[in-house]
Ligand binder design. Sequence first.
Ligand code: FAD
Length: 345
Amino acid sequence: MELFDVTIVGGGPAGLYSAFYSGLRNMKTKIIEVQSVLGGKVNTYPEKVLWDVGGLPPIKAQLFVQNLINQANAFLPTICLNTKVEQVKKQGGIFVIITESGEVHYSKTIIVAVGGGILSPIKLDIKGAETYEITNLHYTILGLECFRNKKVLVSGGGNGAIDWAVELLSVAKEVVVIYRKEQLNAHESQVEKLKEHGAQIILNAELQTLVSNENKTDIEQVIISQNGENNQIQVDEVLICHGYNREVSLTFSDDIQPLRKSDYYLVGQGQCKTSVPGIFGAGDIISYDDKVGLLIGTFQDAVLAVNNAKMYIDPQADPYAMVSSHNDKFKEKNKALFKEVHFNA
Ligand SMILES: Cc1cc2nc3c(=O)[nH]c(=O)nc-3n(C[C@H](O)[C@H](O)[C@H](O)COP(=O)(O)OP(=O)(O)OC[C@H]3O[C@@H](n4cnc5c(N)ncnc54)[C@H](O)[C@@H]3O)c2cc1C
C-alpha cells in the first residue's frame, strides 16, 4: 500500500497549483484526473486570451495551462490520468480513494478540486445532429482558424455563447447569434462589442432543423423558428452553446460526508477546510463568503488547502510555507535557471 500525504482529486487550475504548493511543502503528492489531459475547464477555451491573471501578460489559455502543468511538475507529483474518483472512505485514520475502475489509492489528506462536477455540453436535440459533429457542428472552439472567413451561426445567449461570438468576430466573415429568449443574457460589454461589430442577433428564435449539403457531410443551412415563423439561414459552421450537463463527480461514505451547498458544491469552513477534518477543497468546488470564482481565486484556495493539509498531518508544522525567493527548495533550481541564456535576457 503506497500512502500519500495528499491526494488531489481534479487536475484543473486548483488541483495543479495545489500540487505545486504541496511539493513546496515537502508533501508526497498525487493528482487524480478523470480526463486524459490536465487543465480542467480551461481546456474548453484554449484559444481565449486571459488578461486577468496577476503578473502575466495577456496569454492564450492553452499556454497558460501548459505553464500551470510545468509548475505543478516542479516537485514531481504522481499523476494518474483517465482515472475517475468515485468514492472516498476513511479506514483506520487513512482516506481510501476508490476509482471507477476499482483501483484503490491511500492518502492522509484529500484536496477536492473537482470544479463544479463533471461537465458535458448539452447537445442539440435534433435527429441526426451528431453526424455533423465531425464536420461543422461544434460544442466548443478548439481553434479559431477553422472559422476563418466563414459564416458562423452561434446558438445561445449566455456568457459562453456571447464570449465565443465576440472571439469569432476577429476571424469569421459573418457571425449570427440566435437565442430563444427576448434578451441576451451575457455581460453587457460583450453584447455591446457584438453589436458594434455588426453581428446579426436574432432573438426569440430556436434551431429547428439542420439541412445538409448534397453529400450529407456538412450542415449547409439551418431552419430557425422565430415567433411562429420558419426561416432558412445559409451557414458554414454552427456553434452550439446551450450550457452543460453536470454529473456529481464523487461521493463520500456516510461517516465522512462534507457539508454541501448543493449537489455540486462543498461548504467551506474557513481556510478551505470542509466540515470533515482532513478533507479540504480548492477552486470552484468550494463555496464560502467572498469567494473569488476566478483562476486567481483557485490559487489562494490551493495555498490554504495545502497549508491546512500540512497542519492536519503535523499540527506542529509551520502554518505557512517560506516564500519562494527565500525558500531552499528553489536554490538548485534557480542555479540551473541562471545558466539559461533566455532567463537572464
Ligand atoms: C468559458 C469560460 C471562460 C472563463 N474565463 C476565465 C477568465 O478569463 N479568467 C478567469 O480567471 N477565469 C475564467 N473562467 C473560470 C475558470 O476557468 C475556473 O474558475 C477554473 O477553471 C476553476 O478551476 P478548478 O480547478 O476549480 O476546476 P476545473 O477547471 O473545473 O477543474 C476540475 C477538474 O477536476 C476533474 N474532475 C472532476 N471530477 C473528477 C473526479 N471524480 N475524478 C477525477 N477528476 C475529476 C475535471 O475533469 C477537471 O479537470 C472561465 C470559465 C469558463 C467556463
